[in-house]
Design a protein around this ligand. Structure first.
Ligand SMILES: NC(=O)c1ccc[n+]([C@@H]2O[C@H](COP(=O)([O-])OP(=O)(O)OC[C@H]3O[C@@H](n4cnc5c(N)ncnc54)[C@H](O)[C@@H]3O)[C@@H](O)[C@H]2O)c1
Length: 454
């Protein structure tokens, strides 16, 4: 099938490259000329494991352009995967989506095209995009006869760092549409994934337990709500374990053991019961905010979702309080932060806990140093005011440090030769912001091990 993908960020790029790998003819359009040039040269503008390999494998079916006129005409399916950041009032800023929809409408020419919202959008956006498409299409003097289109929702659930895995071997595919023809087209498009009939890429074999992928076919509003509800639930699972962790700290319980003890209950499940400085990234913060804003439009409160957000903010502050309790005075202290990306295996810095913690420490007069094995270059570009605090080497970070905080659980840090660095520190305080290091071992190596909670 012929596919156009609008936006080559984490979601659009993964969708486009994966569909091309499956054999569809894909053209990706992005307004960012720099990204398009890099991708055309086979280089990936984001850090996503396996992406450059898949780009190479799918190259014959894949084109990148800045021109909608090259991308949209003839497409059976147009995915819109542009960013939907938070506006001032917490609601999603839909101007990128509006502009993309208008550009798509100006170039539609096919007998039937499904325009699919892959961006995370507030409930009702499917209808809104449909109205924009129809208005913009009607305004065209050159609009072709016999050209039909329909809007569907296909929310994305990929995890950055595992984006290709989650696209080729997803837990489910959700399609929202009120038009049976659209559903048929998308069913056909995704059939190799639904039935797992494609040959797995060499670098990413099919997991042994992968069966047929469930397809949740529903109406537009339900598909849109599924995305927000899924993210809100994951966010509150993390905040729940962090709330219990605060109590664990008071009563002398070990939150890691508590999380394991409850997570083994299959009704609860162990994933996302990860105590520490909490979630960050481009989705949980903005999507929980958007859910609360949407509920507000219907005069509904979302107390559970609001509490999940408050607990998450509190965890970041708790890391700073823990350091202050230990060091008494933060002014003039050198504090090293290990990890800036919001989680390992990505260079995404959006809503990064490390950035927040660094700012809180700087506000209290501490001398902050930050290190990241992958996201440093991006940090320099996106956070120029914090760039002077970047440390190129771990020696530089540990040297004369009063405390080190593990913020992102990069494998490089978990496997660090911790014994080598302890001697460099002024006071060997180690705050494990992810509850992943072996406290007894760290103690034997000479660290004073602290955790954010119990
Ligand atoms: N990143 C994730 O892990 C993730 C997961 C699930 C869902 N989502 C949702 O998917 C959407 C995209 O997220 P992302 O992280 O890929 O965003 P991103 O910021 O990485 O990428 C968006 C891309 O769209 C391009 N763009 C913006 N306006 C455009 C236009 N009018 N025409 C063409 N290109 C345009 C930008 O240049 C950029 O390359 C968001 O709604 C997000 O909430 C993201």
């Amino acid at each position: 099938m012929r596919v156009c993908v609008v936006g080559t960020g984490y979601v659009g790029l993964t969708t486009g490259v994966s569909l091309a790998f499956l054999g569809h003819q894909v053209t990706c359009v992005d307004l960012d000329r720099n990204k398009v040039d890099m991708l055309t040269a086979g280089k990936c503008p984001i850090y996503e494991p396996g992406m450059e390999d898949l780009l190479a494998e799918a190259a014959a079916n894949l084109t990148f352009t800045t021109s909608y006129a090259e991308a949209v005409p003839g497409a059976d399916v147009v995915f819109v995967a542009v960013q939907t950041p938070s506006a001032e009032d917490g609601s999603p800023d839909l101007r990128y989506l509006r502009s993309a929809a208008e550009s798509v409408a100006r170039n539609l020419d096919h007998t039937f095209t499904v325009v699919v919202n892959k961006s995370t959008v507030p409930i009702g956006s499917g209808n809104w995009v449909d109205a924009i498409l129809r208005e913009s299409f009607a305004d065209r003097a050159d609009r072709p006869a016999g050209c039909e289109f329909s809007v569907a929702s296909n929310p994305e659930f990929l995890r950055e760092g595992n984006a290709i895995h989650d696209t080729l071997y997803p837990d489910r595919i959700v399609i929202g549409s009120d038009n049976p023809r659209s559903l048929e087209v998308l069913n056909h498009l995704y059939r190799p994934i639904i039935n797992q009939t494609f040959t797995a890429p060499s670098f990413l074999p099919r997991p042994d337990d992968t069966g047929a992928v469930p397809l949740v076919s529903t109406d537009l509003a339900s598909a849109e709500l599924i995305k927000y509800a899924a993210n809100a639930f994951l966010a509150l699972k993390i905040s729940f374990v962090n709330e219990i962790g605060q109590l664990a700290g008071k009563v002398g319980a070990d939150i890691t053991e508590v999380a394991r003890g409850i997570g083994l209950d299959q009704r609860i499940g162990s994933r996302f019961l990860e105590p520490g400085v909490g979630w960050g990234g481009s989705c949980f913060g903005k999507d929980t905010k958007a859910l609360i804003a949407t509920a507000g439009e219907y005069k509904l409160e979302m107390p559970i979702v609001k509490a999940a957000r408050e607990v998450n903010d509190r965890q970041r502050a708790a890391a700073v309080e823990r350091l202050q309790d230990e060091l008494r005075i933060l002014k003039g202290r050198k504090i090293g932060l290990l990890g800036i990306a919001f989680k390992p295996n990505t260079d995404d810095l959006r809503d990064s806990p490390a950035v927040d913690i660094a700012q809180m420490l700087l506000a209290r007069g501490a001398r902050v140093r930050l290190h990241d094995p992958v996201a440093a270059e991006r940090f320099r570009r996106e956070q120029p005011e914090l760039a002077p605090y970047l440390c190129e080497t771990l020696d530089g970070l540990f040297d004369d440090c009063d405390a080190v905080v593990l913020v992102t659980k990069w494998a490089q840090y978990l496997e660090l030769d911790w014994g080598k660095f302890v001697g460099l520190m002024r006071t060997p305080i180690l705050l494990d912001g992810r509850h992943v290091l072996d406290s007894e071992r760290m103690g034997r190596l000479g660290y004073k091990y602290l955790a954010v909670s119990g």
